[in-house]
Design a binder for this molecule. Structure first.
Ligand code: HEM
Length: 431
């Protein structure tokens, strides 16, 4: 006998429940509470299924991968704005490109980025000290963009990098279809800039990630074309700063709210000394890593991943037909009380490896996705977060300014609404 379709509500004709998804940060939670870990809805005329929990994530990201495509999952605007880049590629094309891009994000290449990340961060710390009060989301966005554009493109700070950063903000605002025309025009301007940089690097290779991409050859000995490099570089600049910005903002917010955690993280840094940051030191920050895992769990910048269903499947007593849209939920999986006791509570101790419950089932911490298509920039992002946080904790203090809205907004990445306004000052006991 055929299994039933998942429970749920298809919403309005054509629109389905699209507006609820865009504007209600509790969209998935409300339906999860009503229907359970698999429920149906409809988004822009297409039936859709939400899948919640570690087992569902393992199915979508790994064991049942052949039922899904990325390309038909992420909104059409992603294809228009991110072009033919890894994010919307499939099969052999995806495998080849991911392999060519990998060297820029691992091993010796990563280690070579440390000094640049530290130097740029120190410049921003001095700026924030002068400013005294500012909105951290905006500042982190400039900082992470400057790091990404210097490491990926070899760009120097200045008016051109600031212009590029603003163009990326416009492009990002169009990803969920709200302001598409300006976003398309921003994409053209970014591509124009990238073409000029790539042509220059083809003549004079340096040691930036772009030069690595230009020189990379696949198994057949072929190189990426100029169009391919351009689209992948655009994706890397976008993915390489938006999410990291959101995560930094949440970390600084929770540290300000939890002085005991802040103190423990600070004392770990102070034991490492206050000289420049080395690769060896970066391996000795287990408590900071616990804080990162807890932020990834409680405040994942990406709330879930979209897929198109290409082969029908059955899950937990329901059938899902081909052609549907699917979303695996990162946010709600991280708040499953069967995995994490008191899931709404911020507690880095839950990731202390000495705790008996620290080892959890696979796919229960999925802030960077998982399986063969786990975030390409995972190690890059963690390196950058560590360097920025280590320097902040060693030398500075901050407090939250009153009268600000810190409730999360989901789009384009999950972040506190007013962006976290702080008063910032040097920690005179350590300088
Ligand atoms: C805190 C920072 C970051 C977070 C939370 C994050 C999160 C994610 C998530 C959840 C996915 C998988 C989405 C899905 O399954 O549908 C993903 C994929 C990806 N991320 Fe990240 N990301 C971060 C930083 C970065 C950085 C720094 C880069 C590049 C420099 C990057 C590049 C990518 C790419 C290229 C993919 C697609 C990989 C593929 O399909 O093979 N990300 N990221």
């Amino acid at each position: 006998m055929a299994l039933p379709l998942p429970p749920g509500n298809p919403g309005l004709p054509i629109l389905g429940e699209t507006l609820d998804l865009l504007f209600d940060p509790d969209f998935a939670r409300k339906r999860y509470e009503k229907y359970g870990p698999i429920f149906r809805t409809a988004l822009l005329g297409r039936p859709a299924v939400f899948l919640i929990g570690a087992e569902a994530a393992e199915f979508v990201l790994s064991t049942g991968m052949e039922h899904f495509t990325w390309r038909e999952g992420w909104p059409q605007t992603f294809k228009l704005l991110l072009g033919r880049s890894l994010f919307v590629q499939e099969g052999e094309e995806h495998r080849r490109n991911r392999k060519l891009m990998m060297p820029a994000f691992h091993g010796p290449a990563l280690a070579s980025y440390i000094a640049t990340m530290e130097a740029i961060t120190r410049r921003y710390l001095a700026k924030w000290q002068t400013l005294g009060e500012f909105t951290w989301y905006t500042e982190f966005k400039q900082l992470t963009f400057e790091i990404a554009s210097q490491i990926f493109l070899g760009s120097n700070p200045g008016a051109e990098t600031d212009r590029l950063s603003r163009l990326f903000t416009t492009l990002t605002n169009g990803l969920f279809g709200l302001r598409l025309l300006p976003a398309l025009s921003a994409r053209q301007k970014i591509l124009h800039h990238l073409t000029a940089v790539i042509q220059e690097r083809q003549q004079n290779p340096t040691n930036d990630a772009l030069s690595l991409l230009i020189q990379a050859r696949d198994e057949a000995g072929d190189r990426l074309s100029l169009e391919e490099i351009r689209d992948q570089a655009l994706l890397l600049l976008f993915a390489g700063h938006e999410t990291t910005t959101a995560m930094l903002t949440w970390i600084c917010l929770e540290l300000a709210r939890h002085p005991d955690v802040l103190q423990q993280a600070r004392s770990e840094q102070q034991h490492l000394g206050n000289q420049e940051i080395t690769l060896e030191q970066l391996g000795k920050m287990p408590y900071l890593e616990q804080v990162f895992s807890e932020i990834e769990r409680l405040h994942p910048p990406v709330a879930g991943g979209f897929r198109g269903v290409v082969k029908p499947f059955e899950f937990q007593g329901y059938q899902v037909p081909a052609g549907w849209l699917a979303q695996y939920s990162i946010l709600l999986t991280h708040r499953d009380p069967a995995i994490y006791a008191k899931p709404h509570h911020f507690d880095p101790e839950r990731f202390n490896p000495d705790r008996p419950d620290a080892k959890r089932q696979p796919f229960s911490l999925i802030g960077f996705g998982g399986g063969p298509r786990i975030c390409l920039g995972l190690a890059f992002a963690k390196l950058e977060l560590k360097i920025i946080l280590a320097l902040l904790l060693r030398h500075y203090t901050w407090e939250l300014l009153p009268s600000q809205n810190l409730e999360p907004v989901l789009i384009p990445t999950r972040r506190p609404k007013d962006g976290l306004r702080v008063r910032f000052s040097p920690d005179y006991t350590t300088l």
